[in-house]
Design a binder for this molecule. Structure first.
Ligand SMILES: [Zn+2]
Length: 338
């Protein structure tokens, strides 16, 4: 059964963003929210194989897709849905950074569709994808079996956090376990290393890179006329971000820059739609981790001591909580190296 038969038509108001937003599509992988005419946010669902959020932006003559999901099958579904929305033809797919959950849908788009990234991100994809895919072939099947057995034997409340975490990780590892068979890495072929407009009659579309942040090279997509920002993984909403490939000082600078933009709606890399305040919350999280790591260092604690530190209150309910410890250890190790 094709997912698009599930087309829904109901309207809700998301209070954090003052505008009325319409859910126009929902499937096990993702749901699509219309932000304004011609601009949509695709929000990943726990239990699905999209894993990251994606943007759809029609400038009135061509459509850009911002990030392309982990699973080619989810990207294929996205392509089918976009075809039914009656938008301008897809001309560009943007990769915000090199992480696999943002790039592996690239391969479903025709060769005429240009893949945009920074030139460094293209190099990182070329360098890391063969290594990652080989490693996934070795470790992902066992992790999938672990979460699959938890899923099959779970007897508790299906609304419980524990079950939601199982729902989230199971398809992630299932997709990675298949990656060596499914992935034909498509490397970006059009580069934006500073900023470039992709304007059309309907709106201005600005792609900007300030370099290092969540990774060695990140870019964002900004719609100045609509006050909408697609951040990639520079911003997670109510999820612990992954700091392990990050450059903390640059990341904070990047967030300062994002905050200087005129924004009403933020589409984060992971988690639900946010507002301008989501940028500030992300910076606060990074500062909190830094403070904890500095405190450990001042007290002469060792790396293992991080395991005794509890997740601070504001972040206790955030998803991806296993990232907290790795983020703290990563930040502490950075201080040690200085
Ligand atoms: Zn990432």
């Amino acid at each position: 059964m094709k997912h698009y038969v599930l087309f829904l038509a109901f309207t809700i108001c998301i209070t954090s963003c003052n505008k009325k937003q319409t859910f126009i599509y929902s499937s096990p992988n993702f749901e699509i929210v219309k932000l304004v005419e011609g601009v949509y946010g695709c929000i990943h669902k726990f239990g699905g194989k999209a894993i990251c959020n994606v943007g759809i932006i029609d400038n009135g003559k061509e459509t850009l897709i911002f990030d392309s999901f982990l699973s080619p099958s989810a990207a294929e579904e996205l392509k089918e849905v976009v075809a039914k929305l009656g938008l301008s033809p897809i001309k560009y797919v943007v990769n915000s950074h090199f992480h696999n959950d943002h790039i592996r849908g690239n391969q479903v788009f025709s060769p005429e569709v240009k893949i945009i990234s920074t030139s460094r991100t293209a190099e990182l994809i070329k360098e890391w994808e063969p290594i990652d895919i080989e490693e996934e072939k070795a470790y992902a099947p066992q992790r999938f079996m672990h979460f699959d057995s938890l899923y099959n034997t779970y007897k508790g409340d299906t609304n419980a956090r524990e079950y939601q975490q199982i729902l989230m990780w199971r398809p992630y590892y299932e997709t990675l376990a298949e990656s060596y068979k499914d992935i034909k890495t498509r490397i970006p072929d059009l580069f934006v290393n500073n900023q470039q407009f992709f304007n059309g009659p309907a709106r201005r579309v600005q792609i900007i890179s300030k370099g290092k942040g969540h990774t060695e090279s990140d870019l964002i997509l900004y719609l100045p006329d609509d006050q909408i920002l697609f951040t990639g993984d520079l911003v997670f909403n109510a999820c612990h971000p992954y700091l392990g490939d990050g450059y903390i000082a640059d990341w904070k600078e990047y967030l300062n820059f994002l905050e200087s933009l005129n924004i009403t709606t933020v589409v984060p890399g992971h988690g639900q739609l946010g507002s301008k305040n989501s940028i500030n919350v992300m910076r606060e999280y990074i500062l909190t981790i830094e403070n904890l790591a500095n405190e450990m260092h001042r007290q002469g604690q060792k790396l293992e001591d991080a395991e005794r530190i509890e997740i601070p209150d504001p972040y206790k309910d955030w998803w991806f909580d296993s990232f907290f410890l790795s983020n703290l250890k990563f930040t502490y190790s950075n201080i040690e190296e200085k």
